[in-house]
Design a binder for this molecule. Structure first.
Ligand SMILES: Cc1ncc(COP(=O)(O)O)c(C=O)c1O
Length: 368
């Protein structure tokens, strides 16, 4: 049996530190925001190379507030991708703005920069690239386009903690970067969590108010805000885990190197790490034309896999209203039929990677 993810292994190794963090929060009773969250905001924004960090209750809330802080609302358009988790698009929809999808680059499955300029209209306010699976999108040309058209760039870095683009960390390169600390993420809370990081003080201040009912001070509601505050326990837990994140990322990268070597020449397409990026392999996804058969064969051998994501957002029933349909984003649509995410977590053992690769090679050969 090879699990897709093994959070138990991580928590067993850290149990004493985590229990101490829970105890600290119990005795301080700072269950909402508080000193652990404030310390984590400082530590994680420093880790990401940004000046400010605002802890919130999910990655979705981080995206929602970043968009609101940039003044995005009804009648506006935000350029994004459909090859992502639904939350990217949902957050745009929450503001009343319209998501405008562009296709992705066939090699990286990140936003195809060459498609962006022709998607800009007089209503466009922002570009929202996603660092899919943990590899940063090609940000420099996106920023150049954004500056020329007066647009804000918000990075969806929910899968990209510590990923790098030209030596700079994901989240700190655009105007704002949004992270998720959902338990299965590379840095995961014991519950929900998220953060916006930014070097823009004005955006930071607005987000800090918006997450806490728009208050400038207690009971003075300057903005229409939300209850999007990070919990104290999550701040305490995430501080413990952050200290291990670099080592975990190295573990993921080591596994990716082994997968790449063992799958070379097997007929599956392995993920591409572009030379200017440091991929953090939140997901290690290969592409296989007969994906469903291979996944079923792996399942019978008790090897768990995932699909990120089987239906692109523009083809989801809930998001059809934005006017995109089958055939509009061919690279995205083809990828969703072929992607298969293999077991990936820092504690995955070389023998387990070997086993997974051996079965994939057999099944691909059988089908071919
Ligand atoms: C690309 C992407 N964006 C946004 C989110 C939303 O984060 P959360 O689940 O913390 O709301 C996620 C993860 O779930 C994600 O993978």
């Amino acid at each position: 049996m090879v699990p897709f993810l093994n959070l138990k292994a991580q928590h067993t190794a850290l149990e004493e530190e985590l229990v101490a963090a829970f105890r600290r929060t119990l005795s301080s009773t700072q269950f909402v925001l508080g000193s652990e969250v404030a310390a984590f905001e400082e530590e994680f924004s420093a880790f990401s190379g940004a000046e400010f960090g605002i802890g919130v209750n999910s990655g979705t809330s981080a995206l929602h507030l970043a968009l609101l802080a940039a003044g995005i609302g009804s009648g506006d358009e935000v350029i994004t991708v459909s090859c992502t988790f639904v939350a990217t698009v949902a957050a745009i929809d929450y503001t009343g703005a319209r998501p405008v999808f562009v296709d992705v680059d066939p090699a990286t499955l990140n936003m195809d920069v060459a498609k962006v300029e022709s998607a800009i209209t007089s209503r466009t306010k922002a570009i929202l690239p996603v660092h899919l699976h943990g590899q940063p999108a090609d940000l420099d040309p996106l920023l150049e386009i954004a500056r020329r058209h007066g647009l804000v760039v918000i990075e969806d870095a929910a899968q990209a903690h510590g990923a790098e683009y030209k030596g700079r960390r994901a989240g700190s390169i655009g105007d704002m970067g949004c992270f998720s600390f959902y338990p299965g993420k590379n840095l995961g809370a014991c519950g929900e969590g998220g953060m916006v990081v930014t070097n823009n003080e004005e955006f930071a201040q607005r987000i800090r108010m918006l997450r806490d009912w728009g208050q400038e001070r207690k009971y003075h509601h300057t903005l229409k805000g939300f209850n999007y505050r990070m919990e104290g326990i999550q701040g305490a837990v995430l501080r413990v885990k952050l200290r291990h994140l670099d080592a975990w990322t190295e573990g993921r990268r080591r596994n990716a190197v082994q997968y790449n070597a063992l799958l070379a020449g097997s007929g599956v397409t392995i993920p591409v790490e572009v030379p200017c990026a440091r991929h953090v392999y939140h997901v290690y996804a290969v592409r296989i034309p007969n994906r469903d058969a291979v996944q079923a064969a792996l399942q019978t051998r008790e090897i768990q896999t995932g699909i990120h994501y089987p239906i692109p957002v523009h083809l989801q029933q809930a998001y059809r209203e934005f006017g995109f349909g089958a055939g509009d984003l061919p690279v995205t649509e083809k990828a969703s039929a072929e992607l298969l995410s293999l077991p990936m977590f820092p504690e995955l053992e070389p023998g387990q990677v070997e086993e997974v690769c051996q079965i994939i090679r057999q099944e691909v050969a059988r089908a071919g």
